[in-house]
Each structure stands twice: as structure tokens, then as C-alpha cells.
Design a protein around this ligand. Structure first.
Ligand SMILES: [Zn+2]
Length: 299
């Protein structure tokens, strides 16, 4: 868990990490969050105006509806704090996308896709400047778009999902399977020129370009923001994906690919935006100057 105290002017006054006591059960995790928020609140001068909390799974602004890996089932927002302040909950990836929209790579852009590629592949569709979760909160599951008909079985139960071919974990796993070498990380596969690595990476790039072409044709984004661990590969990821995306689209231009700007801080900064929204200050954020990690722009 990562938490922080963020002032009205966007200054991160305090930022801390704590382990998630997942093994102790759903209630213990809620209790640990309650303690963490209490600790952060006590560290500031005066109490906080609001709390923004980003959680995985299905979530609405006032309920953590369902999180398989934490065992949560309809936990109300009020359970997460003893402080008498408004609380707003947000979905982890969509809130990261909100932060990239207001403070990061998507600043000044109304419609884009935020796609963190790490252990899995998630997506936040930013429409009119706001993340869109669909009718039931499942919107944006780009990692589970079937890109290969009758392809490999995904952990989700479907076949041929993007995530099965192109997540960092899948690239490492698929390389190990074919080469017989255990424990090879995606970054090593990307930067290796042995034929098996080239083949596995080629299939990952192919799968990504298919999914991004689909997204582009459906929603006409003005840019695609790639983040997560695999985006650290830089040109080794961006260049081939851009080339294939351009090649796939015949009658329209491909949107530019950009690296995410906020890195690991996107979730916490997005939570701060939610906290201020809960406190009745939806105007805060656009004027903030955050300490953005310098990264090369890729056009
Ligand atoms: Zn899947």
C-alpha cells in the first residue's frame, strides 16, 4: 500500500508505503488501511479535508464491491476510516488514468487510452477527460480482449487474451517455455537477440498492435499512453508497436504513443484528486505542478 498527504496546491507533504496483510483476510486489510489513513491524518497539521482511496477490483465511489485477491464483498467506503471526513473510492487503473489525464502525459487532452503493461495488462479509457468504467464497472479490460482466435488459455478463463501474449509476466513465461530457461524476465527477452526471444517479443508486439488498432477504430483516441514495467523498455517497445499499428490502419492515422509521466505515483496522485473531490473541490488538480519523472517523448 502506498499513501500520502497531498495539500490543496498539490504538494506531496508525506508519502509512505506499508505491506498489505493479505494473508490475514479481508477484514485485516480493511483494518490496516484504516490504521494507515489514521497515521497519515495524524501526521499533518490539522485533519484532512477528505480521503481518496484507490482499490482493485469492482468499485463504485462509495463501495468496494468486489476484489477477488483481497476477498472483499461490498465494503462501504466509511469502513476504511474512523475520521469524520468524506471518502471517495476509485478503481486502481482508472484512477491512475485520471492522474495521467489531469497531471501527466494526458494533460490538456480530452480522449486517450492509458495502458499500463506489467504483470497483467489493464486499461483506462479516458473520455472527455474522465475515466470511463462502463455500465457495471468492467469497462477497460483491454488485457482480456481476445486477439488470437482459439489462442492460449488465459488465467481469466477465456482464450487468446492480449494479456496472455503481451504482459511482462507472459513474455517471460512464454520465453521460458520455449527456451527451457527458467526465470527469464521480460526485460531480458526484449533486449536479447536470440531467435526464441525475437519470436516471443514479435508475438507480443503483434498482439499489442491488434488490440491498439481495435481501440483506435472504436474510440478515436488522440493518444495512447503506455505505462507499467514493460514501458521502461522504451524504443524497443514503442518503435515496433508504432510501426505495426500504422500498418494495420488503412484509412486513418494512428494516434501517437506516449510514455506515462507519473510512473508509480499515478495511483497516489489520482487518490489525492479523489480525496479533494470528496471534499467538494473538483477544481483542484489542473493547476498543480507535480514532480514528474523526466522521460523521453516518443512521437
Ligand atoms: Zn483473459
Amino acid at each position: 500500500m502506498k499513501g500520502g498527504l497531498v495539500s490543496e496546491s498539490g504538494v506531496v507533504l508525506l508519502s509512505e508505503r506499508r505491506p498489505t496483510p493479505r494473508a490475514d483476510g479481508p477484514d485485516a486489510v480493511v483494518g490496516a488501511i484504516r490504521d494507515f489513513i489514521g497515521h497519515l491524518a495524524a501526521s499533518g497539521a490539522g485533519g484532512p479535508a477528505g480521503v481518496g482511496l484507490v482499490v482493485p477490483g469492482l468499485v463504485s465511489a462509495d463501495t468496494a464491491i468486489y476484489a477477488a485477491n483481497l476477498g472483499w464483498d461490498h465494503v462501504p467506503a466509511a469502513d476504511f476510516t474512523r475520521l469524520d471526513v468524506p471518502v471517495m473510492l476509485g478503481h486502481d487503473v482508472r484512477t491512475g488514468g485520471l492522474a495521467e489525464s489531469v497531471l501527466g502525459a494526458g494533460r490538456g487532452v480530452s480522449d486517450f487510452l492509458f495502458l499500463p503493461i506489467g504483470t497483467g495488462i489493464a486499461g483506462a479509457m479516458i473520455l472527455h477527460g474522465e475515466p470511463y468504467g462502463g455500465s457495471s464497472g468492467w469497462g477497460g479490460e483491454i488485457g482480456h480482449i481476445p486477439v488470437i482466435p482459439d489462442g492460449e488459455r488465459c488465467a481469466c478463463g477465456q482464450f487468446g487474451c492480449l494479456e496472455t501474449y503481451a504482459s511482462a509476466a507472459s513474455v517471460g513465461r512464454r520465453y521460458s517455455l520455449r527456451s527451457g530457461q527458467e526465470g527469464v524476465r521480460a526485460e531480458q527477452v526484449v533486449s536479447s537477440d536470440d531467435p526464441v526471444a525475437v519470436e516471443v517479443w514479435d508475438e507480443a508486439v503483434e498482439a499489442l498492435s491488434l488490440a491498439l488498432a481495435t481501440y483506435t477504430l472504436l474510440l478515436d483516441p488522440s493518444m495512447i499512453v503506455l505505462g507499467g514495467g514493460l514501458a521502461e523498455a522504451g524504443p524497443a517497445l514503442f518503435d515496433p508497436v508504432r510501426t505495426r499499428l500504422v500498418r494495420r490502419l488503412a484509412f486513418r492515422d494512428a494516434p501517437p504513443l506516449r510514455p506515462a509521466a507519473l510512473g508509480m505515483d499515478a495511483g497516489m496522485l489520482g487518490a489525492a484528486l479523489l480525496g479533494w473531490r470528496a471534499a467538494g473541490r473538483p477544481d483542484l488538480g489542473p493547476g498543480w505542478t507535480v514532480d514528474v519523472r523526466p522521460e523521453p517523448m516518443v512521437s
